[in-house]
Design a protein around this ligand. Sequence first.
Ligand SMILES: [Zn+2]
Ligand SMILES: [Zn+2]
Length: 200
Amino acid sequence: MSTTQTPPVLAAELAQAWADIQRYHPELPDLAAPESLIGESSSACGHELSFERLLHEAVHGIAAARGVRDTSRAGRYHNRRFLAIAEELGLDHPEEPHPSSGFSLVTLSPEAKRRYRPTIERLQRALKAHTAATSADTSRTFRGPAARHGSSGGGVRVKAVCDCGRNVRVVPSVLAQAPIMCGGCGKPFRIPEIVGAAAS
Ligand SMILES: [Zn+2]
Ligand SMILES: [Zn+2]
């Protein structure tokens, strides 16, 4: 049972990879809720979880720290200010901007791939293990209402916020299972303690 609970491990690896980025970019605020990135299949920020995707999130983090508006059209369009910071972090966007998501699909430059190679490999292993564990979990037989109820934690609800200003109250373990997307802007809700602390 507890062997299928890999999200905490992956979340820890994501936090570690984020810390590795912070070593090169000390102005980058802490990652509020790495769990919110896990299990997200698609958003304006990219399609699947990877180090590249994490570095993309770091661009938003640095933009927020600098007070730069790096997206428009309710958070979907990644503008040239986003691209400028992305390039500082070692991301390229060789193609024309996408009509609706702009410069969202940035890719790792060869230099960034070299710099972060140990980080990329470690995160890749954690992602593989996570995928293997979660696909095994969904193929298991029906566990019954008691088990499902138990798996949602039944914990205390906390406020999760979206960049656009909306908020919801969620049990953190429920948010950890899969992101809860904001219908207003398409971004995931995050539990804000750490971001709030870093921003003040
Ligand atoms: Zn984005
Ligand atoms: Zn929103």
